[in-house]
Write a protein that binds this ligand. Structure first.
Ligand SMILES: C[S@@+](CC[C@H](N)C(=O)[O-])C[C@H]1O[C@@H](n2cnc3c(N)ncnc32)[C@H](O)[C@@H]1O
Length: 221
């Protein structure tokens, strides 16, 4: 069905000035995670962690749904994993999956030194293989933030691993603004993900345009 909303009625454009004002009113900076980003940069990890407003959004949703177990695909230095763990109860757990040994080792170190020590497990290996080990219905939520060509497969795994009523998030669905017409592998993979999500009657999703865009859906059932 064709989208019939009108931009002027449904969306107020947010420019950099407006965003800076709103961020100042809503997003708390985190010293530990800022230091983690600096150290990751110095260690040569790519600077591709989620934005602070995306981290805040994930935490708010996870807290609101009283999530206890969260699966992540794409650990990098542990920024989003530590951030999400803060939204979980003391016995909650983030199980985060990472293919690069250097990233996993850095993340493990920073997780061990953080206030979330013991709540985050880093699983090393290609997520297509490591996710397959997780039991059906064992997570309240899953956050996908890794190789874009894997997203369709990760969605299939999410629909098995996340319990009915749970939440699924996927980052970068704006593809730096090129999602609608970009011709690269990344844009095509992300469009395939959006198509796959839309085609499922047991999934209800929407795009939240924070950072590079988070697709946010719930598994119906
Ligand atoms: C965008 S970064 C993750 C950022 C992290 N979620 C954060 O915000 O702090 C993507 C990560 O996914 C990892 N990755 C890429 N392909 C993967 C795969 N097949 N399995 C597991 N991890 C993968 C990369 O090595 C990289 O560390």
């Amino acid at each position: 069905m064709r989208y019939r909303g009108g931009m002027s009625k449904t969306s107020t454009p947010v420019d950099a000035t407006l965003f800076a004002y709103l961020a100042g009113k809503t997003i708390q900076q985190d010293d530990y995670l800022s230091r983690l980003c600096d150290a990751a940069n110095e260690a040569g990890l790519p600077e591709i962690q989620i934005a602070p407003e995306q981290a805040a959004f994930l935490r708010i949703v996870l807290r609101a749904m009283a999530a206890r177990t969260v699966v992540e695909v794409g650990t990098l230095g542990g920024y989003s994993a530590i951030s999400m763990a803060r939204a979980l109860p003391a016995d909650g757990k983030v199980i985060t999956h990472e293919v690069e040994a250097k990233h996993a080792e850095f993340a493990r170190r920073w997780i061990a030194d953080s206030d979330q020590q013991g709540k985050v497990e880093v699983v090393l290996g290609p997520a297509a293989e490591t996710l397959a080990r997780l039991p059906d219905g064992s997570a309240d939520a899953m956050f996908v933030d890794a190789d874009k060509t894997g997203y369709v497969g990760y969605l299939q795994q999410a629909m098995r691993i996340v319990r009915p009523g749970g939440a699924i998030f996927a980052d970068n669905v704006l593809a730096s603004g090129r999602i609608a017409d970009g011709t690269g592998e990344k844009e095509r993979a992300l469009r395939a993900f959006l198509d796959a999500a839309q085609a499922r009657s047991d999934l209800h999703g929407v795009v939240v345009p924070l950072g590079d865009g988070i697709w946010f859906g719930t598994r119906l059932g």
